[in-house]
Design a binder for this molecule. Structure first.
Ligand SMILES: [Mn+2]
Length: 443
C-alpha cells in the first residue's frame, strides 16, 4: 500500500499499457511510479539546489568466459529507479522549480536488436523516459563525456565510495551512503508489504526444510530443499549462500561448504532466507537431525530461545533502544539463562560463546544499510533481525561435557512498530515441542 502522504500526483502508466515499437524490460512487479518518485523526492530534500546524487547500477558478473552469474541490481540504484537492467547509471538533482521537486537523468544500454534476440527485451533510452519517468535518458556509453562537460556546474556530488571520479576544482565529492541508508533503513508501506512476503516465503521454506531432514542426508540437500521451496513460491531464489551446519559445524559461524552428512543425534543449524522482489528474509533455526532434542541440546536451546524472546519484545519504538543496546541486554539474558543450568560464564567471557551481534537491519540487502548506526534508537518501520547464538566448542571446559560441541542460533525478522513489534517469520516453529511435532515419521 502506498502512503497517502505523498504531496503530489503524477500520471501512472503501467508497462503493459505503454504502446511502443521497442519491447520493454519485464519486471514481475513494477514498483509504482509514485512510490519511486516519493523515494526520490524525499532523498533530494537533503540536497542543496546545486547538488547531485550520482549512482550506478551493477554490471553483469562472469564466472568464466560467457558464463554469467544471475544478475542482481545494485540496491541503492534499484531503490531509486526500479530499473533492473545491467550497466546503467543515474543522476538525481534537486530542482524546486519543477513540480515534482527534482530531475532524474538515466544512462542505460541503448536498444540493440541483436542483443534483444539473445537476451530478451530491453528498455533503451525511450523506455527509460516513458516507463521509468526519467527527465532525460542517454546511452550509458556517454556518461563519461556527460560528466566531463557538466560536473563543474555542481557544488556537491554525492556518490558511492566505490565510484572513482577525478577531482574537479570547486566541486565537493561526498559519500552518498549516509543519505541513502538513513532513508532506506525505515521502510515505506509498499516495502513492508514486499518484506512481509519475502519473510513469509523464507519461513515456509524453512519449515519445509525442517520436515525434510533425515539422518545421513547431505547438508546441501537442505540447501537444495530451501531453494526449491523458495522458488516454487515465487521467490527469485535464496538471498545468500545458506549455512546448513550439522553438529560441530554449527560452531563455524559462516560455515557454507554444506558438504557433510547429517548425523543421527546431532543438531543442524540452518541460516537461510529468500529473495522476493529484491527484498530479503533472514532466518535461523536449529533442530535435531533425528527429530528429537536430547536433554542437553534442549537445555541449551531453551536458553537461547529465552534470550531471543526477551529481545524481540523490546523491538518497538517506545522502548527507545538501539541494536547495540539490545545486544547488551542479550548478553545479560544469556548469562542469566546459563546460570540456571549451573554454567557460570563471566560477563566478559560471553563473546567467546556468543561472538556476533544480536542482529542487523534487513531490507533490499541482507545486511541492509550498513552505514546506518546500530547506536540509533529503533524507529517504527525498521526491520531488524534478532539472532542470539550460543556456540560451545568441543574443548570448552567451562561447560559440562554433555554440552560441548553444540552450536545454536535462533533468528527471526522483526518489523518495529510504534509500541508493538511484528514477527514477520513467526510461521516457522521455534518451541521444542512444535519443532519435534514436525517429525511425525520418527514417532
Ligand atoms: Mn542475519
Amino acid at each position: 500500500m502506498i502512503s497517502k502522504k505523498f504531496p503530489f500526483s503524477i500520471p501512472i502508466r503501467h508497462f503493459s499499457q505503454t504502446a511502443s515499437k521497442q519491447p520493454l524490460a519485464t519486471l514481475s512487479i513494477p514498483i509504482p511510479p509514485e512510490e519511486l518518485s516519493s523515494r526520490r523526492y524525499r532523498l533530494t530534500r537533503h540536497l542543496d539546489q546545486n547538488s547531485i546524487i550520482l549512482l550506478s547500477g551493477h554490471k553483469m558478473f562472469y564466472k568464466s568466459p560467457h558464463i554469467f552469474y544471475p544478475f542482481r541490481q545494485q540496491s541503492d540504484f534499484y531503490y531509486l529507479t526500479g530499473f533492473n537492467e545491467p550497466n546503467a547509471a543515474m543522476i538525481l538533482k534537486r530542482d524546486d522549480s519543477v513540480r515534482k521537486g527534482y530531475q532524474m537523468i538515466l544512462f542505460v544500454e541503448p536498444y540493440d536488436a541483436h542483443k534483444v534476440l539473445w537476451e530478451g527485451p530491453m528498455c533503451g533510452t525511450d523506455g527509460a523516459v516513458r516507463s521509468f519517468m526519467a527527465d532525460q535518458a542517454h546511452p550509458i556509453g556517454s556518461l563519461g563525456a556527460y560528466l566531463m562537460n557538466n560536473i563543474q556546474k555542481y557544488d556537491k556530488v554525492y556518490k558511492p565510495d566505490s565510484m572513482q571520479l577525478p577531482s574537479v576544482k570547486g566541486v565537493e565529492m561526498k559519500s552518498a551512503h549516509d543519505l541513502l541508508d538513513m532513508q532506506r533503513v525505515v521502510k515505506s508501506e509498499f516495502e513492508i508489504d514486499l518484506m512481509t512476503k519475502a519473510c513469509s516465503i523464507s519461513a515456509k521454506a524453512m519449515k519445509q526444510a525442517i520436515k525434510f531432514t533425515q539422518p545421513g542426508m547431505f547438508e546441501r540437500a537442505l540447501e537444495a530443499k530451501l531453494e526449491y521451496e523458495a522458488k516454487i513460491r515465487g521467490a527469485n531464489g535464496l538471498a545468500y549462500v545458506p549455512v546448513c551446519a550439522g553438529g560441530e559445524n554449527a560452531n563455524t559461524i559462516h560455515y557454507v561448504s554444506n558438504a557433510q552428512q547429517l548425523r543421527d543425534g546431532d543438531l543442524v543449524l540452518v541460516d537461510a532466507g529468500s529473495d522476493y522482489e529484491h527484498y530479503c528474509g533472514d532466518i535461523t533455526r536449529t533442530w535435531p537431525v533425528n527429530g528429537t532434542y536430547s536433554r542437553a541440546q534442549m537445555e541449551l536451546y531453551n536458553a537461547v530461545l529465552y534470550v531471543q524472546k526477551k529481545i524481540i519484545e523490546k523491538c518497538k519504538e517506545t522502548s527507545g533502544l538501539s541494536i547495540n543496546q539490545l545486544y547488551d541486554y542479550s548478553r545479560d539474558y544469556l548469562r542469566e539463562a546459563l546460570m540456571k543450568l549451573d554454567i557460570k560464564i563471566l560477563h566478559h567471557e560471553i563473546p567467546d560463546v556468543y561472538p556476533h551481534d544480536i542482529g542487523h537491519y534487513l531490507g533490499l540487502d541482507v545486511h541492509d544499510c550498513v552505514t546506518a548506526s546500530k547506536e540509533m534508537p529503533l524507529k517504527a518501520g525498521m526491520v531488524v533481525t534478532v539472532e542470539p547464538g550460543l556456540y560451545v566448542r568441543k574443548n570448552d571446559t567451562r561447560f559440562p561435557e554433555k554440552y560441548r560441541g553444540i552450536g545454536i542460533r535462533i533468528e527471526d525478522d522483526i518489523l518495529v512498530g510504534p509500541n508493538f513489534c511484528t514477527n514477520l517469520t513467526e510461521e516457522v516453529p521455534k518451541e521444542v515441542d512444535e519443532i519435534e511435532a514436525l517429525f511425525p515419521h520418527f514417532k
